[in-house]
Unconditional design. Sequence first.
Length: 246
Amino acid sequence: MDRIKRNERLAAISRILTASPNRIYTLSHFTEMFGAAKSTVSEDLSILADTFAQFDLGRLTTVAGAAGGVIYRAIPSRAKAIATLEALSEKLSQPGRLLPGDFLYTNDITCDSDLCELMGEILACRYYDKAPDFVLTMETKGIPVAMMTARMLNVPLVIARRDSKAYEGSAVKINYISGDTGTLRGMHDLMKEFDVEVIGTGVVIATAEPRKKRVDGVTALMVLSQVNREEGSAVVKPSDWVYEIN
């Protein structure tokens, strides 16, 4: 094999790490791949870490210990998270988005892969320290954001269905109250059937009222505070916690 240049190594390592967020890669993995010394690879990783930080592309962290190495997490800066959600909130607050029944039209948002990836990055940063085993969602329009969140956390996505299919094998069924928070309560109850600890609950948009929810501790990216039925619009703003991202 021809000697690999540093710029080639940097490009390859960057692609490998960003393609698999929250996965630990040992230094040996890269030394064997490129036929380079550990000190050389360490310098490469240091360059990438500085570059990612400079251009707000996520964080590259060294993991100590025998099973250690380097891990990439697509954690956005506070400024990036705020800018993303403020732009989304402004878009969701435009006249004409309010549907009959005071539902907000969001399909264009949840079907945009770039926006879903950004929302997944922001949601995932709340749960890295809790090390979840999987992300659970209902078979609804929230699947794209849940999928991106699961990708950022490097865990499987589990989808709870309203109706089971014979080809999916055995299933556990529960009854729950319909509605946004009722669905969340139902998913929590479903996890109890499997003795699963729920470490967090994330949603794209929560309503400001009622303040007392059926599920406590819900992490919402944005909050819908009021509606204007004459204009067919709603007031949507980023959640307060977003302004406190470290």
